[in-house]
Design a protein around this ligand. Structure first.
Ligand SMILES: Cc1cc2nc3c(=O)[nH]c(=O)nc-3n(C[C@H](O)[C@H](O)[C@H](O)COP(=O)(O)O)c2cc1C
Length: 316
């Protein structure tokens, strides 16, 4: 297993439920991302060992190191989920989701709900710490539920012995739109002695650099900025904007093939939403979307993708 090198600024792909499955992470990994994390996995579903959930924790061989993110609010379930993960080779770390704002997660007492009950948060984290045999243990937090209490939360999390903390600089109430509070992230960096991954609205090299400098964080975590733009990590690492259109087309087709490989023929339909992102900003994108929304044959779809990206150009 490759160790995380905390001496340089780390680039991490954020977990994005419904997007960052194995094929997505595999494509992103080509561009030099340092750490990939599974989509959020409910500890309950993991313990129940549903086939779908077990598939969701699989990784591609290039993912090294690779973390699985779990969610939950019951110590026994968290413990049992950790015990299951302990038996799966190739998982290098377990991350606890302490940030998901979605009502179906929050109303169950999981995700960002834990930020409103720091005793419970501590209990969940200490359970992972106690039972995990993995190299790494981490948490992904927001800065509060309604009110901002970044330092209070971070101190509790750090006190549980995590190896890194990813901080999405919004409260639960801020959902995905409120301005990201990088100052709160900076306060966390100053308050605890654990590597912090700054997260929220980082979409290009200039922003990543600015956030790293302003917060003093040990790395950045990118989510939506990688949807339709997996090469962003190459740009972040090398400060290069330019990726040739031909190369982009190759990557999109490779992503498509990998989705079919992994999800079977149904992958063709699943890939539509990714094509919506990939085609953003190109001439004829709206007509292209109308067409692909009606195509379900995997060969026809591949040809349609190939032809579109060969002949289109960026709309200025
Ligand atoms: C569609 C979507 C799915 C997400 N799924 C997860 C998830 O499974 N686990 C998690 O910790 N955060 C999840 N997040 C939050 C992101 O990881 C990230 O914290 C947030 O989008 C802010 O970063 P960004 O501006 O770079 O996207 C999700 C966000 C979006 C938009």
């Amino acid at each position: 297993m490759k160790k995380l090198d905390f001496t340089k600024s780390l680039m991490v792909l954020a977990p994005l439920a419904g997007y960052t499955d194995l094929p997505f992470r595999r494509v992103v990994k080509k561009f030099g991302v340092d750490l990939t994390i599974s989509e959020m996995i409910s500890s309950n579903a993991l313990v129940y060992k549903s086939e779908k959930t077990l598939k969701m924790i699989e990784k591609h061989e290039s993912e090294d190191p690779y973390f699985v993110q779990i969610a939950g609010n019951k110590a026994e379930l968290i413990r049992d989920a950790v015990l299951i993960l302990n038996d799966v080779d190739g998982i290098d770390g377990i991350d606890l989701n302490c940030g998901c704002p979605a009502p179906k997660v929050f109303n169950h007492g999981s995700g960002s709900n834990l930020l409103g009950d720091l005793k419970k948060l501590e209990e969940m984290l200490l359970t992972i710490k106690k039972y995990s045999t993995k190299q790494y243990f981490s948490a992904k937090i927001r800065i509060g539920v309604d009110e901002k209490i970044p330092v209070e939360i971070a101190k509790v999390v750090a006190g549980c012995g995590v190896d890194l903390i990813s901080v999405h600089g919004r409260t639960r109430a801020g959902k995905y739109k409120a301005p990201v509070d990088y100052d709160a992230i900076r306060q966390i960096v100053e308050a605890v002695d654990v590597p912090i991954m700054a997260n929220g609205d980082i979409k290009d090299y200039a922003k990543a650099k600015e956030v790293l400098e302003f917060t003093g964080a040990a790395g950045v975590m990118i989510g939506r900025g990688a949807i339709g733009k997996p090469w962003i990590f190459h740009q972040l690492k090398n400060n290069e904007e330019d990726i040739s259109e031909e190369f982009k087309r190759e990557i999109i087709l490779e992503h498509y093939d990998s989705v079919l490989d992994y999800h079977g023929d149904h992958g063709a339909i699943m890939f539509r939403k990714l094509l919506h992102s990939y085609s953003k900003g190109y001439k004829g994108a709206s007509e292209f979307r109308d067409i692909i929304n009606k195509v379900s044959d995997k060969h026809i779809l591949r040809d349609t993708i190939s032809t579109f990206f060969e002949n289109t150009e960026v709309q200025l």
